[in-house]
Design a binder for this molecule. Structure first.
Ligand SMILES: *[C@@H]1O[C@H](CO)[C@@H](O)[C@H](O)[C@H]1NC(C)=O
Ligand SMILES: *[C@@H]1O[C@H](CO)[C@@H](O)[C@H](O)[C@H]1NC(C)=O
Ligand SMILES: *[C@@H]1O[C@H](CO)[C@@H](O)[C@H](O)[C@H]1NC(C)=O
Ligand SMILES: *[C@@H]1O[C@H](CO)[C@@H](O)[C@H](O)[C@H]1NC(C)=O
Ligand SMILES: *[C@@H]1O[C@H](CO)[C@@H](O)[C@H](O)[C@H]1NC(C)=O
Ligand SMILES: *[C@@H]1O[C@H](CO)[C@@H](O)[C@H](O)[C@H]1NC(C)=O
Ligand SMILES: *[C@@H]1O[C@H](CO)[C@@H](O)[C@H](O)[C@H]1NC(C)=O
Ligand SMILES: *[C@@H]1O[C@H](CO)[C@@H](O)[C@H](O)[C@H]1NC(C)=O
Ligand SMILES: CC(=O)N[C@H]1CO[C@H](CO)[C@@H](O)[C@@H]1O
Length: 488
């Protein structure tokens, strides 16, 4: 508490007020549109008439059983309401793909692809070009932040590749990029290895095999000193005391989030002792982060202006990890996932369903302006953990829990269930949810199956069909575009 009040100096208050009014403005904007949103059924009928043209897929195109990539959503040239195969990727399997949500450049929509060997390729979508940017590094995970690629390789080194997306012209013959290694000497003490990375607008969070968490600012703008941790997104509370420490917000320098590494435990005799906490999973939104430890506790830090930390409005920003109070809802948290300004927690309990599987429940909080919380309404502030009924029903009544989350969208989510069934919700203004329409969804919904080459399908049968991914297929989303690819 006292840290919070000292943290809230005048500057921060001004920002808080400004940011709150921005949220309020959006809310107003949302409300002025409510009549459109509330009556989804009317809109559907109207829209159906317009958007029901089902594209004919040429007979010569490879079928959706052959590895490749399908794209859906809007580029500057085309809008694909149904996933369409991109020939460039025919036969390819990928380790992963991340679209650039930032687009602070003139190159159109771009994504970074990890091919089956761990090489990085830059996909310029409007130009239909796939060019190598990093080879022979055996990359396993990537994150984009502030125009830079952060790449983790099989040797557990963290590479930073600057400028690819923002400054290297497509006409440049040599697209191969220079890279640097992020200084990991802080991990040397106990020989730690990085196992997961995630990033937000200005922060990078790293989880190691010793279950410790580190953070770094990704913002290189020299005029940004103080604002680099405005929301407390770095989880490093003593920043006001360290203002003079030149290194403290040096971009791409890791600091341990020390407050996450220990906990006080009281034994049966009432003795208190310090034990080390083991963090298992990290997930970043734009300006906030959730982590889960081996004790099934959830810790939150960063921006809470939309309620995305699950805390009430007297905590606009939280600059250090705060444990979410355990209650019936959060008693055992087994997963955390964040998108832009929203969060999801998966919980379990010792109870079993009548099919004798563990009860699994999903809760959402934060910004749900475009339906991205999946709780059935459009609200930009929700700090109470709210059950996502459709997901809970699938998990507990149909024995079909979530297998994979795609959380690289800002205000849209795509999930793959155990069975392969795909559920989507949130912003859909670009058709990025692959529903065949552009209507946003506040309830997780199935999407049509992939269109078959050479088959004329009527809209009724297409909209009635449901996409079920094959075992090696993955679906990934982003701000404007989603894609289906084959996992290497
Ligand atoms: C939406 O439209 C349907 C069908 O036209 C109607 O039955 C329903 O009452 C409407 N709901 C609202 C909230 O206006
Ligand atoms: C990449 O890493 C894997 C697993 O560590 C290893 O088996 C493989 O040989 C590596 N590939 C290259 C090209 O270094
Ligand atoms: C960290 O350890 C690795 C391997 O043990 C070594 O190669 C590297 O030089 C060390 N880095 C620093 C800064 O001590
Ligand atoms: C940021 O830091 C640099 C060097 O430490 C300093 O010259 C500059 O004035 C600072 N900018 C702001 C906005 O504080
Ligand atoms: C935990 O953080 C403290 C600083 O608060 C640090 O001195 C200590 O080394 C850390 N503990 C472990 C086990 O790394
Ligand atoms: C958080 O980050 C996003 C950009 O990723 C920005 O648009 C937003 O205004 C930031 N602030 C708040 C209060 O959400
Ligand atoms: C949205 O739904 C949640 C969960 O049912 C509820 O707690 C919240 O009050 C609703 N918000 C609005 C603005 O209706
Ligand atoms: C297209 O039509 C075929 C044959 O009628 C059917 O098997 C398939 O499921 C349809 N595809 C979709 C996406 O509706
Ligand atoms: C694309 C992706 O992340 N797929 C993962 C889905 O979940 C399974 C099991 O947890 C992983 O093995 C896949 O890699």
């Amino acid at each position: 508490m006292s840290t919070i009040s000292s943290f809230l100096n005048k500057t921060l208050l001004v920002i808080a007020i400004t940011a709150i009014s921005v949220v309020a403005y959006y809310k107003y904007d949302q409300q002025s549109n409510t009549w459109v949103d509330i009556n989804d059924s009317k809109k559907k009928k109207r829209k159906n008439g317009i958007s029901s043209a089902i594209p004919d897929i040429p007979e010569t195109e490879l079928p959706p059983t052959t590895p490749g990539l399908y794209i859906c959503g809007a580029t500057d040239k085309n809008t694909y309401l149904f996933p369409r195969r991109v020939e460039l990727f025919d036969g390819m399997k990928l380790r992963g793909i991340q679209f650039d949500n930032d687009r602070k450049n003139s190159f159109g929509h771009q994504a970074i692809v990890i091919d089956s060997k761990g090489n990085l390729l830059r996909w310029s979508i409007e130009s239909n070009m796939l060019t190598p940017v990093l080879e022979r590094q055996n990359v396993t995970q990537i994150r984009l932040s502030n125009g830079k690629i952060y790449a983790l390789n099989k040797k557990n080194k963290l590479l930073i590749i600057p400028n690819v997306l923002s400054t290297t012209s497509l006409e440049d013959n040599n697209q191969m990029q220079t890279y640097e290694f992020l200084d990991l000497s802080i991990l040397n003490k106990s020989n730690e290895k990085i196992i997961q990375i995630d990033s937000g607008k200005d922060h990078l969070i790293v989880l190691t095999n010793k279950n410790k968490v580190y953070s770094a600012s990704t913002n290189t703008n020299p005029n940004w000193n103080k604002s680099k941790n405005y929301f407390g997104q770095l989880g490093l509370p003593d920043f006001s005391e360290n203002e003079d420490d030149k290194d403290f917000f040096k971009p791409d320098k890791l600091f341990e989030i020390e407050l996450l590494n220990k906990t006080i435990k009281t034994d049966k005799k009432g003795n208190q002792k310090l034990i080390t906490r083991k963090i298992q999973k990290i997930s970043c939104g734009n300006n906030h982060t959730l982590v889960r430890d081996s004790n099934d506790d959830v810790f939150v830090f960063g921006c809470n202006l939309n309620g995305q930390l699950g805390l009430d409005s007297k905590y606009p920003f939280v600059p250090y990890p705060l444990k979410l109070e355990k209650n019936e809802v959060t008693s055992k948290s087994i997963d955390v996932n964040c998108i832009g300004d929203s969060s999801f927690i998966t919980t379990t309990s010792d109870k079993t369903t009548d099919k004798n599987v563990k009860v699994e429940n999903y809760f959402a909080f934060g910004n749900g302006q475009y339906g991205e919380l999946g709780i059935g309404n459009y609200t930009s502030y929700q700090n109470i953990l709210s059950p996502v009924n459709v997901l809970n029903k699938n998990a507990n009544e149909l024995n079909d829990p979530i297998q994979n989350w795609s959380v690289n969208g800002i205000d849209n989510v795509i999930c793959t269930l155990h069975s392969g069934k795909v559920l989507v919700w949130g912003q859909n203004i670009n058709g990025q949810l692959a529903t065949g329409k552009k209507i946003k969804l506040s309830i997780p919904s199935t999407i049509p199956g992939l269109l078959m080459p050479g088959i004329k399908n009527n809209s009724k049968s297409v909209y009635k069909s449901e996409l079920n991914l094959l075992p090696h297929q993955c679906i990934e989303t982003s701000k404007d575009i989603s894609c289906i690819f084959w996992k290497a």
